[in-house]
Design a protein around this ligand. Structure first.
Ligand code: F6P
Length: 382
C-alpha cells in the first residue's frame, strides 16, 4: 500500500475475501503524551482485526507491558465498546518508556538508562505477536523504526496534539486541541475587553506553533508567537499600543510554549523525570510581565496546559482516528511493516517511518495561514 492506488486496491481485496488472510495475532500500544482520539484508533484497530478473525492484545503503558513492568491484556469487541468518544487511552501511556533508553533505578536512588529492546522483542515473540500497531508521536516513531530494524513488524499511527509529524496532513488530537484553545480564547476576550487588559495565553507546541497559529487565527487574536518566528517583545508592545491608540484597549496574545525571543532561548520548566524529555513552558508569564512594564497596561497570563490533551475528541479527530486504526490493520493484512499511516487528503496512505522522521514538521512562515494572519492585522512580533 505504497500509494493511493495500492491503498484502495488492498482495501478492496481484504473486504472481498477475508477468509484468504492468514490468522494473525497483533498487539496495540500507545506511547508518549495522550491525545484525544487514541481510544477511537484502538477501537477501530481492534474491530477491524477481530472482524478478520485475528486476535488482539493490548500492551499496557507504552511498551512497559512487554517488559514485565505492566500487563499485556486480551482486547475483545467488549473491551472497546463505547470508547470512541472518550479522551485518554484505555491502554494508558508513558513518555518515559523508550526500550532503548529504559530508566533503571540504582541503589543510591539515581537512575541509569539501559537498552531493553532485545528483551521486548523476545517477550513479543513468546506471546506469539506477529505485528504491533504503535500509536505515538515522533518519539514513538523513532523507537518503532529501531525495533523494525531489529526484526519486529510494526505499523505506526501518528498521534500528537502538536501536529508536528511529517508525511501526514494532520495528526488526530490536533483538531480537538485547537478547539479547546479556541474556546479559551473566546472566553478570555470578554474579560480582556471588559477590563481593558492584555491577556497572554500559552498553548502547547514545544517545537511547532500549529496550535497557536490555528487557534489564534480562528479566535481573532492580536498577536501570535510561535517557535518558527522568534519574536521581539518591542514589536509585540508596539502592536498593543497601536490598538490602544485606535481605541481598542485590550489585546489577546496567543503564545506557543516553545516560542522564544530573537537571540534568546526556549523557556524551560524545572526538572524532568528520568528518561523524560526536557519540560518547557512558562513563557506566557515572562511575556505578560514585559508587556506590563513596557506598555503600562494591566496584563494577565494563563497556561492552558494539559486541558488541551483532554476531553472528547471532535468529530473530525474521531473520524481520522478511526480511519487510521482501520488503515493500520489493513496495512498489516497487506504484509506491510516499518510504515506509518498518513492522511494525504482525501486518502489514507502508508509511508515509510523514516520518511515521516526525515524532517520535522514545522509551521512554514510563508504558509497562507501566516500570510492570512498578517493580512488581517495579526502580529507575530517580528
Ligand atoms: O503532546 C505533546 C505535548 O503536548 C507538548 O506540546 C508538551 O510540551 C508536552 O506534550 C508535555 O507533556 P507532559 O507534560 O506530559 O510531559
Amino acid at each position: 500500500m505504497h500509494d493511493r492506488e495500492k491503498s484502495s486496491s488492498s482495501s478492496r481485496q481484504v473486504d472481498q475475501d477475508p477468509e484468504q488472510e492468514t490468522l494473525m495475532r497483533i498487539a496495540i500500544s500507545t506511547g508518549g503524551g495522550d491525545a484525544p482520539g487514541l481510544n477511537a484508533v484502538i477501537r477501530a484497530a481492534v474491530l477491524s482485526a477481530i472482524n478478520r478473525g485475528w486476535e488482539v492484545l493490548g500492551i499496557k503503558r507504552g511498551y512497559a507491558g512487554l517488559m514485565g513492568d505492566d500487563e499485556v491484556v486480551r482486547l475483545t469487541k467488549d473491551s472497546v465498546r463505547g470508547i470512541a468518544h472518550l479522551g485518554g487511552t484505555i491502554l494508558r501511556t508513558t513518555n518515559r518508556g523508550n526500550p532503548f533508553h529504559y530508566p533503571r533505578k540504582l541503589d543510591d536512588g539515581s537512575y541509569e538508562e539501559v537498552d531493553r529492546s532485545d528483551e521486548l522483542i523476545e517477550n513479543a515473540r513468546q506471546l506469539g505477536i506477529d505485528a504491533i500497531v504503535t500509536i505515538g508521536g515522533d518519539g514513538s516513531l523513532s523507537i518503532a523504526k529501531r525495533l523494525c530494524d531489529k526484526g519486529m513488524k510494526i505499523v505506526c499511527v501518528p498521534k500528537t496534539i502538536d501536529n508536528d509529524v511529517s508525511g501526514t496532513i494532520t495528526t488526530f488530537g490536533f483538531d480537538t486541541a485547537v478547539n479547546t484553545a479556541l474556546e479559551a480564547i473566546d472566553k478570555l476576550h470578554t474579560t480582556a475587553e471588559s477590563h481593558d487588559r492584555v491577556m497572554v495565553m500559552e498553548v502547547m507546541g514545544r517545537d511547532a506553533g500549529f496550535i497557536a497559529l490555528h487557534s489564534g487565527l480562528a479566535g481573532s487574536a492580536d498577536v501570535i508567537l510561535i517557535p518558527e518566528i522568534p519574536y521581539d517583545i518591542a514589536r509585540v508592545c508596539e502592536k498593543i499600543q497601536a490598538r490602544d491608540r485606535a481605541g481598542r484597549h485590550f489585546s489577546i496574545v496567543v503564545v506557543a510554549e516553545g516560542a522564544y525571543p530573537q537571540g534568546g532561548a526556549t523557556h524551560t520548566m524545572g526538572e524532568s523525570m528520568p528518561g523524560q524529555a526536557r519540560r518547557i513552558g512558562g513563557i506566557a508569564e515572562n511575556i505578560a510581565r514585559e508587556i506590563m512594564v513596557q506598555t503600562g497596561k494591566e496584563t494577565r497570563s494563563l497556561v492552558l496546559g494539559h486541558l488541551q490533551r483532554g476531553g472528547m475528541p471532535t468529530g473530525y479527530d474521531r473520524l481520522l482516528a478511526t480511519r487510521f486504526g482501520a488503515a493500520a490493520v489493513r496495512a498489516i493484512a497487506a504484509g506491510e511493516s516499518g510504515r506509518m499511516v498518513a492522511l494525504q487528503s482525501p486518502h489514507i496512505v502508508t509511508i515509510p517511518i523514516e520518511q515521516a522522521l526525515a524532517e520535522p514538521k514545522r509551521v512554514d512562515p510563508s504558509h497562507d495561514l501566516v500570510q492570512t494572519a498578517r493580512e488581517t492585522g495579526i502580529s507575530f512580533g517580528d
